[in-house]
Design a protein around this ligand. Structure first.
Ligand code: SF4
Length: 312
């Protein structure tokens, strides 16, 4: 065990609240921290869940070593605000230090990051993460809005321009990177003009998928008390527009895979097809006479079926 981890371990104030949640036979979700100190103006989490608390690296590593021995090949590293991992430790030990340790664990073949705050992606982070061969080239960056003024009211601490630089960094680092995001529509005082700016920004960034949320006030938050709450019909319309854009992007991405060879970790058999995901999180189905569950196999994409890629 690295001395840095030993040092962190000396700090007895940090407990272990985590446990593994199995999502499929091949993948496990590992919660590495709880709480958040960011206070986005619409979010109740910092009040409800409290300040950042990180699990000790040694406990996380032991847990992953154990599940790797049980045959799990992929871990998803999550938390309420995973970018803050280690912020509460006395000794410097950040998320990237933890990822480097996980990358060394025998049996684990893929490390996927759950939803992350864009500001995590610094130059230093990119420099170090690109050296880790098990990291999945799929990043879910919570953007929330493509308009800087709206972002300011949300207290998101980055501008649309800064977000674009972060996207460029990731796309430069990984040619096959897939980016997904969350967007809130109808945030208080979001004008038609602001929504238009967001729409244009999203057209430009071209995420693979977007999760669209219609703003809903949370009692006790700053945004709930803001003037200029947006009416439901407008939220509905804006949400519909962004969903259409998301489907358009997704279809375009999928089309670009036809004819390509991809590596898939097969997770389940539905009676007809084996289904699994590429490292950059695209769902692929294939027929096979061999048992493919929990195996990584290369397939060639022959066609698109609805929003799934079919491999042979
Ligand atoms: S939206 Fe995320 S970053 Fe912002 S306060 Fe809530 S949990 Fe924290």
């Amino acid at each position: 065990m690295n001395s840095k981890i030993d040092d962190v371990m000396q700090n007895k104030n940090y407990g272990d609240f985590g446990s593994v949640t199995y999502t499929e036979k091949t993948r496990a979700v590992i919660k590495v921290q709880d709480g958040c100190d960011r206070f986005c103006s619409y979010c109740i989490i910092p009040y409800a869940r409290g300040r950042v608390r990180s699990r000790l690296p040694e406990n996380i590593i032991k847990e992953i070593e154990k599940i790797a021995k049980e045959g799990i090949k992929e871990v998803v590293i999550t938390g309420i605000h995973v970018a803050s991992y280690g912020k509460d430790f006395k000794e410097k030990f950040k998320l990237i230090d933890l990822l480097e340790k996980i990358n060394e664990i025998e049996g684990i073949e893929r490390i996927r990051l759950g939803s992350i705050e864009p500001l995590l992606i610094t130059r230093e982070f990119i420099e170090r993460i690109t050296k880790l061969d098990k990291i999945c080239h799929h990043f879910h960056l919570s953007l929330q809005s493509g308009c800087t003024q709206t972002l300011e009211r949300m207290n998101r601490r980055y501008s649309a321009e800064e977000f674009e630089i972060i996207v460029e960094r990731l796309r430069k680092a990984y040619s096959d990177v897939i980016l997904t995001t969350d967007i809130i529509v109808g945030f208080p005082q979001e004008t038609e003009k602001e929504f238009e700016i967001t729409y244009k920004f999203l057209e430009k960034i071209k995420f693979y998928k977007m999760h669209i949320f219609k703003y809903s006030p949370r009692k006790g938050t700053k945004a709930a008390k803001m003037e200029g709450q947006i009416n439901g019909d407008i939220k509905e319309l804006r949400s519909k527009k962004l969903l259409e854009l998301s489907i358009l992007n997704e279809t375009e991405y999928l089309k670009s895979y036809v004819g390509k060879e991809v590596e898939v970790l097969f997770e389940e058999f539905d009676g007809e097809y084996y289904k699994g995901h590429t490292a950059n999180y695209i769902m692929v189905k294939t027929k096979s006479n061999e048992e493919l569950s929990n195996r990584i196999k290369k397939v060639k994409i022959s066609q698109i079926d609805n929003i799934n890629l079919i491999g042979i």
